[in-house]
Design a protein around this ligand. Structure first.
Ligand SMILES: C[S@@+](CC[C@H](N)C(=O)[O-])C[C@H]1O[C@@H](n2cnc3c(N)ncnc32)[C@H](O)[C@@H]1O
Length: 279
């Protein structure tokens, strides 16, 4: 594994995830539910049927890994934060079926301990918004392209360039506690780099849609799809309640799907998801 500790972003990222809150981010009846359910449906469009081997790189505490194991996939989970590996191992330990399906270890997306063409698909749902240097992001995508079999998909998630303005400023009014955020939004929208605004936050990287596409291409992946995950629905003040109501949830999911590739709207959602194939 290469030296994450040498990277400027690594210490604050470890501090942030060391707090343990990531495990609750995508659970039902939370704002993360829309992100999780939309990501599931987008990924399922291109995943080979089970049984197949999926690498979940930057897989966090394992929400997607556990879901995939439940569908009958074998999952190779790698994450650079030891707590996340421990959390997934604990979940696997309490369910022997999951334990048999999931292999979890500490690993860096830029230098994986996996053989060439050894998996059928790769999820990269996290590292691209932590790695602030373009060369590192392209390297992570190259690694994903190396370990996936020819023709296999690589799914890469990014935070949208305008998510801080829409979510942090307009929806959450974070400037009431952190006034500096108002000054920081314009430089962030120029550079893509989101500085940590409070203790425990991390430096993040935000993408324009065309930039995410270009990074996949630079890594030798053929982009077959690029969508907005949440579209504008994440701005709804009563999103949590609507996602808990089946009829209202259906309208939200259908609407997000209907506009997911509209170029004029793509940057409006908080996450982008690109699919690229290894030629
Ligand atoms: C916001 S979490 C997302 C977790 C999970 N993929 C999900 O979507 O729920 C981002 C994850 O990326 C991991 N990560 C960041 N940089 C990484 C790197 N260079 N290699 C591997 N994992 C990394 C973090 O430790 C964290 O678990």
């Amino acid at each position: 594994m290469r030296g994450m500790a040498e990277d400027s972003y690594a210490a604050e990222m470890h501090e942030h995830y060391g707090l343990g809150a990531e495990a609750d981010r995508l659970v039902a009846a939370s704002a993360g539910q829309l992100e999780f359910e939309r990501t599931q449906e987008i990924v399922l469009r291109r995943l080979p049927p089970p049984p197949a081997v999926i690498a979940d790189v930057g897989g966090g505490p394992g929400r997607y890994a556990l879901w995939l194991a439940g569908l009958g996939y074998r999952v190779v989970h790698r994450d650079v934060v030891p707590l996340h590996v421990e959390q997934l191992r604990a979940a696997a330990h309490s369910d022997p079926a999951v334990g048999a399906a999931v292999d979890s270890a500490i690993g860096d997306a830029r230098s994986l301990d996996l053989a060439d063409a050894s998996v059928d698909a790769v999820l990269l749902l996290g590292p691209l918004y932590h790695l602030t240097r373009r060369a590192d992001r392209v390297q992570a995508l190259r690694e994903a392209g190396r370990v996936v079999r020819p023709g296999g998909p690589v799914f890469g998630a990014a935070i949208s360039r305008w998510a801080v303005r829409y979510d942090g400023v307009l929806r959450l009014r974070l400037y009431e506690d952190v006034p500096a955020i108002l000054e920081a939004v314009a430089p962030l929208e120029r550079t893509g780099v989101l500085p940590p605004f409070w203790p425990g936050a991390f430096t993040a990287y935000t993408h324009r849609p065309r930039q995410l596409r270009a990074e996949f291409t630079s890594a030798g992946l053929e982009v077959t799809d690029l969508v907005s995950v949440e579209c504008g629905a994440f701005l709804l003040p009563d999103l949590r309640e609507r996602m808990a109501d089946p009829a209202a949830r259906q309208v939200i999911m259908d609407s997000a799907r209907a506009v997911e590739r509209v170029p004029e709207l793509m940057g409006l959602g908080s996450h982008l998801l690109a699919t690229g194939l290894r030629p």
